[in-house]
Design a protein around this ligand. Structure first.
Ligand code: MD6
Ligand code: FE
Length: 199
């Protein structure tokens, strides 16, 4: 089931349960090598969402601002992007260029992510692809200006969003999590993976 909203391509139910379980387990391995942490916002507040990354680059934030870095804060290299995750990218984004970063966000029941644009990458010709696992999250989608009208859609476990073309620099965010809305993660919460070409 595919839907288009202002250039956001939303594929509800793209991953079946066995594929979601395999991806969950692969992400657990990523988090074992590169544990989740709370990045600091540039204005010095810890983010509510916990993050880690896989790939050549990881996304990072502190007082110096948002950027991509080569290492986890512990100093280890980011683990490789799991093959099952790359398969989704190959099928929906590109067979030639693989993503440099798989940002992994973990939302507990009270977490949210404010309206933002993904603009720390070098080439906006490449889409950002997102995969949702676990509890549903209410995804708000807008336009290129913060003041543009928005609409919202629940992203459920197994849903994939491709943000390319007109939507690549559109504002978006997660307003809330519906706790208990999925049985994929034993302790609840929502995992979102975003795949990006960085440089
Ligand atoms: C989330 N996603 O779904 C947050 N960014 O938890 C994002 O910020 C996002 O879903 C770029 C493209 C797709 C996304
Ligand atoms: Fe984003």
């Amino acid at each position: 089931m595919a839907a288009e909203a202002g250039g956001f391509r939303i594929l509800h139910g793209y991953l079946g349960i066995p594929a979601q379980e395999a991806m969950r387990d692969a992400i657990r391995e990523v988090a074992r090598a590169a544990p989740f942490f709370h990045p600091m916002t540039p204005w010095g507040k810890p983010m509510r969402v916990r993050m880690t990354s896989a790939g050549r680059y990881g996304w990072y934030s502190d007082r110096k601002g948002y950027r991509y870095v080569r290492q986890h804060p512990s100093g280890v290299a980011w683990p490789a992007i799991p093959e099952a995750v790359l398969d989704v990218w190959r099928a929906l984004a590109s067979g030639e260029r693989m993503p440099d970063c798989c940002l992994v966000n973990f939302y507990d029941a009270g977490a949210r992510m404010g309206l933002h644009r993904d603009a720390d990458e070098a080439d906006f010709g490449w889409p950002v692809l997102s995969i949702s696992l676990g509890d549903p999250g209410l995804f708000r989608m807008g336009g290129p200006e913060r003041s543009d009208p928005t609409r919202s859609v629940w992203l459920e476990s197994g849903d994939v969003v491709v943000m390319g073309g007109a939507a690549r620099l559109a504002y978006h965010g997660i307003d809330r999590i519906r706790a208990g809305g999925s049985r994929l993660l034993a302790d609840g919460g929502r995992i979102n993976l975003t795949l990006r070409v960085v440089d």
